[in-house]
Design a protein around this ligand. Sequence first.
Ligand SMILES: *[C@@H]1O[C@H](CO)[C@@H](O)[C@H](O)[C@H]1NC(C)=O
Ligand SMILES: *[C@@H]1O[C@H](CO)[C@@H](O)[C@H](O)[C@H]1NC(C)=O
Length: 405
Amino acid sequence: MFTLTTRLLALVAATSGLAAPVQNGNSNSPVSNLAGFQNAKLSHSAGGNAVCIIGNVPVSVTTQTNEKILLSNPANQSSVTNLFVEYVQANSTLQTMANGGQTTVSGTYNINAKLCYPLNWDSKKSSKTVQFLIHGIGFDKSYWDLASGYSYIDAAALAGYPTFSYDRLGTGASDHPDPIQVVQSSLQVDIAHNLIQSLRSGGFAGQSFSRVVAVGHSFGSIQSVGITVKYPKDVDAVILTGFSTNTNAIPLTFVGFNPAIANQNKPATFGNLPNGYLVTDTSISNQLAFLRAPNFDPKLFTLDDNTKQTFTIGEVFTLGNPVAPATAFTGPVDVVNGENDFIFCQSDCNLPTDQSVLVLDILYPAASKGSQTVIIPGTGHAINVHYKAPAAYQQMLNFVRSNGF
Ligand SMILES: *[C@@H]1O[C@H](CO)[C@@H](O)[C@H](O)[C@H]1NC(C)=O
Ligand SMILES: *[C@@H]1O[C@H](CO)[C@@H](O)[C@H](O)[C@H]1NC(C)=O
């Protein structure tokens, strides 16, 4: 075991580009056990405060609540554009017309996941609370670890918490099945449920985590809400970022995206995907929907634009399906929004009243008294790309700590 650990730690040092190898080179090292991961690699988080196992995790999942969508793969960009013209049409009936009712979808999908530990984490003494990070549309798991100073994974590690992030089905290095009938919001919720169960039962790296805090961003927050509705015992606490119950700007958002067929927009990356996989067209689309100038780092914006990820027609047509009042969820909830979130607040989260507070009022009637809300000043939808990201992280980690996790 010692030899294996030493070799792995040498690999960490070699691949991370960091001078100092991890110090806890013994069999207690959390990264000495790669159970549950295929093709596992080790790396550090962007700021070097966490050591991570990255690999494929096969997830066998069934959901009864996907939707039979009465659309076929679009033939060309004109068909995609017209789909969105009809989607935002006054009193559009497109979503109703395309809804062929609930259907069951099952499969085994490879999910590319990243389990990160604080450098000095000790399975006997350290926190057994894992934070479960679900990214939004246009990103993959790298949203949580963009760069030094803009990494929730680093901030959580410094506060003593392991994190589990993953590329949602249909993004990044995870599988990309049928973009209309399979990659939908309901299946995404059941994949998250499955991963959380594995974290609790010791399915990853031989660690059984006793507590799970779900942390969502945007569409990832929609799934986090979905988990607290459908599986209220899955998570002990939930942090919703870039999310509200105000959907007024969703049509504006899809127009702003200028949705483009991914395989034509970025053939080198997405050339093999069917036409139902879409991306935001240009960096202009990305700034419009996700950012508030001048309060973001231009270098991160360029990085983010270069690594933009796909979304699917199936997700667009089932976007809000998991959202309902989570009447059986009794843990604490933290709602974190940028003041100028375009997608969920039409750029003003204080109008007509505090949208973070409204989320608690409307969706979490039974949440514990430890719940909190915050509006981060001058910040757009993709909080992690903005200068105020570290302030958001501190609020989130204080929330976790103050609730005794
Ligand atoms: C796109 O596909 C549709 C449906 O097959 C077809 O009617 C239309 O002519 C095509 N448009 C272009 C510009 O190729
Ligand atoms: C939408 O339909 C409602 C009736 O259901 C009608 O009152 C309203 O004027 C319509 N809006 C538009 C923009 O056509």
